[in-house]
Design a protein around this ligand. Structure first.
Ligand code: AMP
Ligand code: GLY
Length: 422
């Protein structure tokens, strides 16, 4: 098979690494790709949101499947454009991807289908939003409605902070994404990322992981896209997973199809495991990043038949995926200043040779300078992942590999996995 993989982050490098191991693969092209993805396939400089360019590339390489990593390509309509010319696409249509790209759409959908989630209100007017706040107790949850790369959410400890967050959002801090503000009930509990594949007809659970969203050790500091992840997720027991499937995944996939928006791709449910059971924090129309990295290391099965089945409506023909009986951890190395203002351009020196037993390093935001040096080119820059019989050993291996990377301009958390190891 010829496969076009769209994206350039750590999630896409992990997908490329796993797809490259498939005996079904003839040719893998990554666009725009990264220096890390260049080790797994060919790189072509086409931007994620350049729909016409990606479609032309898919045609040129006679792609049998296009795998879309980031939500921005879905929002731009890449899956819709590929559907028009009959190329199978692992990735939701722009309409179905609204589950992620519009929190207001997601919340209204959840209300229509009785999905367990937080009470909420959506506002364009600051005074109305502030009045709505008084119906809740602290802490307050304030979100920009549109895509803000995981940074559009403020959990405010008191009313003054909450009101400030509403003003900042509506004053344009997140651009068009903040034209509307969503106010939500705070849900207490532990968070888990649950993944399911959907093909417009049925859905299939596809692993779970936990990540660390805050920038610094002890889960403090600003929200980020994720500073580390691990799987399996011990907090998600088999019983809770079955309940999440029954109350969220199945009705969501069926509800979208019933509304004329059949979902083909991966549905990522951000769950809060509350005393009342799993409740939905958010849906994403893509794999989590860095959750995808740990899922790909833990997946024993060939990933390609699953991606293809979801894209072509054939999920009922594939068996449940097989996971290794091992633990996997991912430590994110970010550029100083992330998430607000990451410094770009600093030189990263990776050690030569084998990174260590069970260790795989993915590139999340790197580039090659003209002289060949590897440099930081994003907020999250490297993902150091390790697999081992236990999570404690996986963590030891990962940090041993992190400590061999020479990059003074980066930072990382030293406590990834602490909830599972405590
Ligand atoms: P979101 O971008 O909607 O996933 O929100 C980012 C993070 O904010 C989540 O991963 C949670 O840690 C937190 N969060 C969002 N909404 C809520 C809520 N209603 N209750 C508690 N925590 C929340
Ligand atoms: N790691 C969280 C996300 O991908 O949104």
């Amino acid at each position: 098979m010829n496969i076009l993989l769209v994206g350039s982050g750590g999630r896409e490098h992990a997908l490329a690494w796993k797809i490259a191991q498939s005996p079904l693969l003839t040719r893998l092209v990554c666009a725009p790709g990264s220096p890390g993805m260049a080790q797994a396939g060919e790189i072509r400089a086409v931007a994620v949101t350049d729909v016409a360019g990606q479609v032309a590339l898919a045609r040129e390489i006679a792609a049998d499947l296009v795998v879309v990593g980031p939500e921005a390509a879905l929002e731009a309509g890449l899956a819709d454009a590929l559907a028009e010319i009959g190329i199978p696409c692992f990735g939701a249509s722009a309409g179905a991807a609204q589950l992620e790209t519009s929190k207001a759409f997601m919340k209204a959908f959840a209300a229509r289908h009785g999905l367990p989630t937080a009470a909420f209100g959506v506002f364009e007017d600051a005074a109305a939003a502030k009045a709505f706040l008084t119906g809740f107790a602290a802490p307050y949850v304030i979100k920009a409605d549109g895509l803000a790369a995981g940074k559009g959410v403020v959990i405010a400890a008191d009313l003054a902070e909450a009101e400030g967050a509403i003003d900042a959002c509506l004053d344009g801090r997140f651009g068009a994404a903040g034209a509307r503000v969503v106010i939500e009930e705070f849900m207490p509990g532990e968070e888990v990322s649950l993944f399911a594949l959907a093909d417009g007809r049925t859905s299939l659970l596809f692993g779970a992981a936990q990540d660390h969203k805050r920038a610094f050790d002890g889960d403090v500091g600003p929200n980020t896209g994720g500073m580390g992840a691990y799987a399996p997720a011990p907090a998600l027991t088999a019983g809770l997973e079955a309940r999440a499937r029954e109350t969220l995944i199945t009705p969501t996939a069926a509800g979208l199809t019933a509304e004329g928006l059949p979902y083909r791709g991966v549905l990522y449910a951000g769950l809060m495991l509350t005393p009342d059971g799993p409740r939905l924090v958010e849906y994403n129309a893509r794999f989590g990043d860095p959750e995808c990295q740990v899922l790909m290391l833990r997946l024993e099965s060939d990933v390609v038949p699953y991606l293809l089945a979801a894209a072509t409506g054939a999920l009922s023909d594939v068996p449940a995926p097989v996971w290794r009986d091992e633990a996997v951890i991912c430590v994110v190395l970010a550029a100083n200043g992330y998430p607000d203002a990451p410094e770009r351009g600093s030189v990263i020196r990776l050690p030569d040779g084998d990174p260590g037993e069970g260790v795989v390093i993915f590139h999340a935001g790197t580039a090659r300078r003209d002289d060949g040096a590897l440099i930081a080119a994003g907020g999250r820059v490297l993902n150091v992942c390790a697999r081992a019989p236990t999570l404690a050993e996986a963590r030891r291996r990962a940090y041993a590999a992190v400590d061999r990377i020479d990059w003074p301009e980066g930072f990382h958390r030293r406590d990834i996995g602490w909830r599972a190891l405590r």
